[in-house]
Design a protein around this ligand. Structure first.
Ligand SMILES: [Zn+2]
Length: 86
C-alpha cells in the first residue's frame, strides 16, 4: 500500500480495486481528474492530463522524495513520469 510519510512518497504495489473511470478491477493510482483513482490503461488515455494530475498530487502533498523498491529518489516530475510508465 502506497503511503506518504513526511515529504516522502512510498510507492508500493496496491490491491486491485475498481477503476473510477472504466470500472475494471485493476491496480489504481490517484492520478485521475479531481484525484480519482484510475488504472494504468486509463492513465494513458490522456497522458498530458495525467501528468498534470500527477504533478498536482505531489505538489499538494508537498512530496520531495519518492521511494520505490528500496530506492529513494529526489522528486523530478520528468523522471517520475518515466518511472510510472515502466
Ligand atoms: Zn480504468
Amino acid at each position: 500500500m502506497s503511503r506518504i510519510e513526511g515529504n516522502t512518497y512510498y510507492a508500493e504495489p496496491e490491491q486491485p480495486q475498481q477503476c473510477d473511470e472504466c470500472g475494471e478491477i485493476e491496480e489504481l493510482r490517484p492520478y485521475g481528474n479531481n484525484g480519482a483513482c484510475i488504472c494504468i490503461e486509463c492513465s494513458h488515455i490522456d497522458q498530458e492530463q495525467t501528468n498534470k494530475n500527477i504533478a498536482k498530487f505531489f505538489r499538494k502533498n508537498k512530496i520531495k522524495y519518492v521511494e520505490h523498491m528500496g530506492q529513494r529518489v529526489k522528486l523530478d516530475l520528468t523522471k517520475l513520469i518515466e518511472f510510472i510508465d515502466n
